[in-house]
Design a protein around this ligand. Structure first.
Ligand code: SAM
Length: 221
């Protein structure tokens, strides 16, 4: 292969030197979530730093976070865009939403709006072209629907990102029907292909965390 595989030592080096604040925030939020019984399926620390870095670089103002969990990705985005911006985060599970609300309050993050309910239903109520950045990180089976709605909700020149492009490390593995991830892995495979061939996007995969697909959306020729 070309390039350097990301070993655990290199990952730790990156976190220590470049994502220490993101690691501290993750640890603090994880502790509060674990006490409430919320699963630890948030983005990784170096991925969080990349997303914060990227939002600052594009001067994002309004962002959509699909899949809140206990609020880590939303908190990272909230800090990156600052008080003048807005993060809208979508969560189906009432317990996750409750813990995320408590986390945002504890952290004093007032620029986050959490909408509880099926993400797709909430997305369908939103106006066209209002977000600078959209991050898809909820149920994989609905990724293709989130992408379709995201292409409507994103501004011209905005960015759509999807987490788990490497399908929990199973992207290129043989995954039998008995595997609990069978449906999700196949949904990610289909999503990646749709994403890569979408004509209105210039797309790439960034190998942070479990893989982040990103597309720059150009709505007009
Ligand atoms: C991988 S976690 C999100 C992690 C979060 N983005 C982070 O990194 O901090 C996925 C979340 O999506 C939520 N979810 C699953 N299906 C959903 C749906 N149909 N609508 C809204 N949220 C959903 C789950 O309850 C879970 O909290």
């Amino acid at each position: 292969m070309k390039g350097t595989p990301l070993t655990e030592q290199i990952f730790n080096y990156i976190v220590e030197h470049f994502a220490a604040d993101e690691a501290t925030l993750s640890e603090m939020m994880q502790k509060r979530a674990a006490e409430a019984g919320v699963p630890m399926i948030m983005i990784s620390e170096e991925q969080a730093k990349f997303i914060g870095f990227f939002l600052k670089a594009i001067k994002a103002r309004r962002v959509l976070d699909i899949g809140t969990l206990f609020g880590y990705s939303a908190a990272i985005m909230s800090k990156a865009i600052g008080a003048a911006g807005e993060v809208v985060t979508l969560e189906f599970d009432p317990l996750h939403a409750k813990v995320a609300h408590a986390n945002f309050k504890h952290l004093g993050l007032e620029n986050i709006s959490l909408l509880q309910g099926p993400a797709l239903d909430n997305m369908k109520t939103m106006q066209d072209g209002i977000f600078d950045f959209i991050m898809i990180d909820a149920d994989k089976i609905n990724y293709k629907h989130y992408l379709k709605e995201s292409l409507r909700l994103i501004k011209d020149g905005g960015i759509i990102a999807g987490d788990n492009a490497f399908a929990f490390g199973k992207l290129l593995e043989h995954v039998p029907e008995t595997d609990p991830d069978f449906i999700s892995v196949n949904a990610v495979r289909e999503f990646n292909e749709t994403f890569a061939s979408e004509k209105s996007m210039f797309s790439c995969v960034v190998p942070v965390g479990d893989g982040l697909v990103m597309g720059f959306v150009k709505k007009h020729k």
